[in-house]
Design a protein around this ligand. Structure first.
Ligand code: ATP
Ligand code: MG
Length: 536
């Protein structure tokens, strides 16, 4: 990381400068060529029926599906929506959409009818792919529209996956040019909706290709062709789809595709397939550490884990490393910029989200004084680079509020750099608790709480208070076999944090903490509960 002061007092933390020629071009030919080079090695494993798919077979099926989609009318700039759990077929359709030149719109399968309709209106998708389990809400959402439903699985009178293969006979040509890669959208992925309504993010071909290329350039190379990747992260989220799925395919890894997260399946598949890289989110890390039978599983094949999507506390990270005996690399990113910072096997610091990736720039801004901050000073984190989104779909206002005229994207997170150029995320700016003018990051208190042996999970929010503004309060899940009182929890925290951070807002016990499928704590839901109580 280089730190330089530029004109106008701008202090910029930037990653290595590399030639952009490696990613200035269309996405699909680049990915296809990488995948072709892996030949008959295994690309996908379906761990439920144990079927394996080689890279060569994947490419041939993908192009057949792409021809089928072209025949049905999928064209450049037109979207295809996938609302389905992870599966090999789902992954093949993601690739087929790219190959056909279309725009992929991925949606959380748990979405309700109204949200499906809202997103389809926004992306103007001509097709929606789903599975039997989610057919009812999908059909409701598309009723009265021209959106065609395609089902993975039994036909039941609906066009299905095998029909696409049949349609994809050889007489359909696939596109060989893909428009301007820096401007043409490869995928519309929605943000997680942690702070509000999920936003449609336009990800260009160049954004995706840049990530794949830049990741392969990371010093101390993280993934290798002989790695086995166990993938449970949802394909509708940038972390599952781009960061894990596409990167692993480009690298030539064997990818074990899980439908959804389940601890027993996760551990037994990791052992069965000798998984070497685990892509994780904090709730799974916490879940593994709380899992009493973890040592029953042979996880000796794991070389390292990657964790991202939400803050992973320093103590939790240390406990994971001790328990698993492997490094836990943290990555920082967002749908709007994929990954921006990452630790690697030879550039690593506990608690850090890493160094700026090549060609990425960051700055830390004190928004009150409107000036840039230097090392070891926390402030609003801005970034820009080849992975920065084109904008929010059909929302120019939100785009200008987020990306300024010089291309800087306001992340909404508070971060700081140390003097070695390592990035630390403090928390989301919106979620900092304001106690008597002091700022309390809930993630720090949650990490302290998780360090208590009697606490299995925790969430901290600000309880509105007329005098102090907000008081930090905790929702706590007790670990099996433990009993705890609110006072004990408050005393424990008081011993471990400065006075202004104490849990003056109290402690409530819960069965579980609400989390999103992309691994975030939904503090908003608990805060709303508190507000309602105040009104009642
Ligand atoms: P929405 O924008 O709809 O409210 P979201 O911000 O949770 O939802 P994502 O794009 O999935 O949607 O998540 C990006 C956010 O996740 C970042 O802005 C940051 O707050 C958080 N995040 C990602 N990686 C890390 C990390 N390693 N440490 C801390 N926070 C992280
Ligand atoms: Mg966000």
């Amino acid at each position: 990381c280089t730190i330089e002061e530029r004109e106008g007092g701008e202090i910029v933390f930037s990653g290595d400068k590399i030639n952009s020629a490696g990613y200035d071009g269309p996405l699909w030919p680049f990915l296809k060529q990488r995948m072709q080079s892996h030949g008959v090695r295994t690309a996908f494993v379906n761990p439920y029926d144990r079927e394996e798919f080689s890279y060569a077979r994947v490419l041939s099926v993908v192009e057949r599906l792409a021809r089928g989609l072209r025949k049905l009318g999928l064209r450049e700039g037109k979207s295809l929506c996938i609302l389905a759990p992870n599966s090999v077929e789902n992954a093949l359709l993601i690739l087929a959409t790219m190959s056909a030149g279309g725009v992929l719109h991925a949606i959380n399968p748990a979405s309700m009818t109204d949200e499906i309709r809202r997103q389809l209106d926004l992306t103007e998708a001509g097709f929606i792919v789903t599975v039997q389990q989610f057919l009812a809400p999908v059909q409701q959402a598309v009723s009265g529209s021209n959106v065609r439903v395609i089902i993975i699985g039994q036909r039941n009178g609906i066009l299905n996956y095998s029909d696409l293969l049949t349609l994809g006979s050889d007489d359909v040509t696939l596109p060989t040019t893909f428009g301007d890669p820096g401007n043409s959208v490869a995928a519309i992925l929605f943000s997680s909706g942690t702070t509000g309504v999920p936003k449609g993010v336009e990800i260009t071909q160049r954004n995706m290709r840049a990530w794949i290329h830049i990741f392969s350039m990371v010093e101390g190379g993280t993934m290798q062709a002989d790695d086995v990747v166990l993938l449970f992260l949802p394909f509708f989220h940038v972390y599952g789809q781009v960061v894990t799925l596409l990167t692993s395919l480009a690298t030539g890894c064997k990818i074990v595709v899980m439908e959804k997260f389940d601890m027993l399946d996760f551990l037994s598949f990791a052992a069965r397939y000798k998984s070497s890289v685990l892509f994780l989110v904090p709730p799974v890390v916490i879940g593994m550490l709380n899992f009493p039978k973890l040592s029953d599983y042979d996880l000796s094949s794991v070389r390292f884990a990657v964790c991202g999507a939400a803050p992973l506390g320093k103590d939790t990270e240390a406990q994971f490393i001790r328990t698993m005996g492997v490094p836990c690399l943290q990555g920082y990113g967002m749908t709007e910029n994929m990954v921006a910072g990452l630790t690697s096997l030879n550039k690593y610091k506990a608690g850090s989200c890493g160094f700026p990736l090549p060609n990425m720039e960051f700055k830390i801004v004190d928004s009150e004084r409107n000036r840039c901050l230097g090392v070891k000073q926390a402030g609003d984190l801005y970034m820009r680079g080849p992975m920065t989104m084109r904008g929010y779909l059909k929302n120019p206002q939100a785009t200008t509020n987020t990306i300024d005229s010089k291309g800087w994207l306001n992340t909404g997170d508070v971060g700081l750099f140390d003097s070695d150029g390592f990035l630390y995320i403090v928390d989301r700016k919106k979620e900092l608790i304001k106690y008597k003018g002091e700022q309390v990051p809930p993630a720090v208190l949650e990490d302290v709480l998780l360090n208590h042996p009697g606490i299995a999970d925790a969430c901290v929010v600000g309880r509105p208070d007329p005098v102090a503004g907000e008081l930090p309060m905790a929702f706590v899940v007790t670990a099996p076999g433990h009993t705890l009182t609110a006072q004990q929890v408050q005393d424990f925290v008081a011993k471990n944090v400065p006075s202004f951070m104490q849990l003056r807002g109290g402690v409530e016990f819960r069965e579980q903490i609400p989390k999103s499928p992309s691994g975030k704590i939904l503090r908003r839901l608990l805060r709303d509960e508190l507000k309602q109580k105040v009104i009642a």
